[in-house]
Design a protein around this ligand. Structure first.
Ligand SMILES: [Zn+2]
Length: 234
């Protein structure tokens, strides 16, 4: 038996979102809202796959987790967020520098992931918020004890478009891109990338976890019969 049976499914992620895979949708039912108060996160490795797929997740305090999204009338609470380097989804064949994943779950465990591309360029300014965040992730990665609580307080709103309720996005049904590769995940890939500085990008790339880079990216998968909805206006 395959170690992760779900990975053999036909609705895997990431994908390349191309002209031929997407259809336009001006779908009022797709309205979503987002609340980002300053939130306290614990940075943790939080899974058993660290040897092969090391990453560091920012995990909100579940007691007062005010970060949620409503999508198609359902509410999902932030479960964790993390980064991939390089990005995982391609847009018309283009692969961006990084991709941020905000992973949400509803009360029944259904998942939705909001993805945002990060584009590094020498003309982009440093972001003190991003620098602080990457420093905390690096701090957690460098910790050699089995139990390390690295805490940080962030405004997640620094990393998403200010007008998320009106932000254009692509949406399709796929899978987690890390074990167990569970399908039935709703992806919301924001069209507007975040512009980051070469410094901030270098900082993430230099993070070392037991001799490995964190946030490896998975290859893209066939879209097959799936439809990617392009929502430009809500
Ligand atoms: Zn991810």
């Amino acid at each position: 038996m395959h170690q992760h049976p779900a990975a053999l499914g036909i609705n895997q992620s990431p994908i390349d979102i191309t002209l031929t895979t997407k259809i336009s949708g001006n779908c009022v039912n797709n309205l979503f809202q987002y609340v980002t108060n300053e939130a306290r996160f614990i940075f943790d490795t939080a899974d058993a796959n660290m040897e092969h797929e090391p990453n560091i997740n920012g995990v909100p305090n579940p007691i007062n987790n005010l970060n949620f999204v409503t999508f198609r009338g359902k509410t999902y609470f932030l479960n964790q967020f993390h980064f991939h380097n390089p990005a995982e989804h391609r847009i018309d064949g283009t692969l961006d520098s990084m991709e941020m994943h905000l992973v949400y779950k509803d009360v029944n465990g259904n998942g939705i992931v909001i993805a945002r591309m990060f584009v590094a360029d020498r003309n982009n300014p440093n972001s003190p918020d991003l620098e602080l965040l990457f420093r905390k992730i690096a701090e957690r990665a460098a910790c050699t004890s089995t139990k390390c609580d690295v805490n940080g307080v962030f405004k997640l709103s620094s990393f998403i478009p200010p007008n998320l309720d009106a932000a254009p996005y692509y949406t399709y049904t796929g899978s987690l891109t890390t074990p167990p590769y569970q399908e039935g995940i709703t992806w919301v890939v924001l069209q507007e990338p975040m512009k980051i500085s070469l410094n901030d990008y270098a900082m993430f790339k230099s993070i070392d976890y037991k001799g490995q880079k964190i946030g490896k990216s998975r290859k893209t998968f066939d879209v097959a019969n799936r439809v990617v909805l392009e929502v430009d206006q809500h």
